[in-house]
Design a protein around this ligand. Sequence first.
Ligand code: FAD
Length: 498
Amino acid sequence: MATLKILTRRAALLGGGAAIGGLATKAFTPSNPTLDGTRFIKPSGAADMLNDASGLSETTIFRHITIKHDPGAQLITAIRTELNEARENGRPVNVGAARHSMGGQAIPRDGHAITFDNGLVEPDTSNQMMRTHSGARWSDVIALADPLDLGPRVMQSNNDFGIAATFCVNAHGWPVKEGPMGSTVRGFEMILPDGELVTCSRTENADLFGMTMGGYGLTGIITQMDVELAKNQRLEPTYAEMPGEELGTRIVEALADGEVTMAYGRLSVTRADFMSKALLVTFRPSADQSDLPAASGSGAAANIASRIYRAQLGNERMKDVRWWFESDLATTIVSGPSTRNSLINEPVVTLDDRNPDRTDILHEYFVSPDRFAEFVRLCREVIPGSFQEFLNVTLRFVDTDPDSWLAYAPVPRIAAVMSFSQEMTARAEADMQRMTQELIAGVNAIGGTYYLPYRPHARQDQLAQAYPRAAEFVAAKRALDPNLVLRNNLWDSYLRVL
Ligand SMILES: Cc1cc2nc3c(=O)[nH]c(=O)nc-3n(C[C@H](O)[C@H](O)[C@H](O)COP(=O)(O)OP(=O)(O)OC[C@H]3O[C@@H](n4cnc5c(N)ncnc54)[C@H](O)[C@@H]3O)c2cc1C
């Protein structure tokens, strides 16, 4: 492709370790907990352990290496070497990026964990797309694309995540009317479990494309990708308040206005007003699109919002204050135009709780807009019965995904992204699992789906019901990878037995 080549690279090795000719063998330093009696403690002190963002997934591994090569022969050789050694010894392999999935989806038990550390991004302005190393992060993309008045077309609401990882969970974001991120991927290069290098697109190896999109790294190791970009724009927010049950249909009505290019909703989380109040924020391009400022992120409003967000813990009054901040104060005082890139250029650390005794756990559910009121009633029945601290729920629109075999949006969906603060204890884990299974049962009953990158708390039958093509996916995976070299906890806990 005709390429304007501008390169960026994250300076630091992920977590340290010496790089040898682009391949760093990392003595993994665990910083996450293990279960000691009834309480998870940080750190465990074990050298052969790997964990993820939940801090609850500590798993023994054989080896963790970081690979820093650009796409090309050296990268392919390094991956083939790892695959061969693992296959000969009956061990699994899995690649991760930021490991913000929360249930070992990027961890191979007793296997070879690979992390890519290479932020290579090559924007192609004439075709409004980029070719990128699969391990590049969205922060790398924004840093390169923003000066060219371009930015990610669809990504999560935070910028830390890997590009291939985003494709492998098939994440969604605020841009509308868009499908998940996989809808913006034109093609990619991938090494299959037997070491063969293939290219995949909607016209070449189309089945592999659909299996890999939302396939959690179980079909192959992606080395580079071609992904669409969008024009950066100055956007103005509009705020509308409404009863909670109406939010699903009101989002769809708002999107009938073709000028709306980003949107999200919020629901109140105080026990007194549980999901009864809703706020819908829609963004339209400003009249003035000249001299766009550089992408900022983490502005004053984000930092104030983050402090108020944390102060909600165990404090119903602060939950009220936060609602007032978002629905009244922020709409008048701190509101104003912002660029599309600035809105999504937020690192996860802004919301970090810095509390060794608690962890933030996300849930996500996808329901049809016209069943959203039933979803709200379900949440009112289930969530207050648990002792988890419920901090936030954000609503998004996700358009139809016709490609992914493990699709969570086979028809247009409202995505409900929920954030809980959980104690690092066994009793909190048990309570979270019970609540999650009740929520999934209710969501499945109204034709919805739950999201797979979070805690492995669903029952086996719930996954099969939420993802009707799961058995077909597993059969094709077994044919592609008869030695089951590519494995992670999603496979071990769920797909293995389908
Ligand atoms: C604070 C927070 C906010 C979030 N917001 C959103 C959101 O707005 N929208 C949304 O949809 N999701 C959201 N998520 C979920 C998030 O998208 C997933 O957890 C995603 O996996 C994170 O990317 P990662 O780089 O951490 O992936 P990892 O956990 O490192 O990997 C995810 C999966 O991708 C596979 N993989 C990674 N790289 C490769 C490769 N090169 N080849 C093959 N397989 C690969 C891994 O094996 C694994 O199965 C959020 C999560 C958090 C913690």
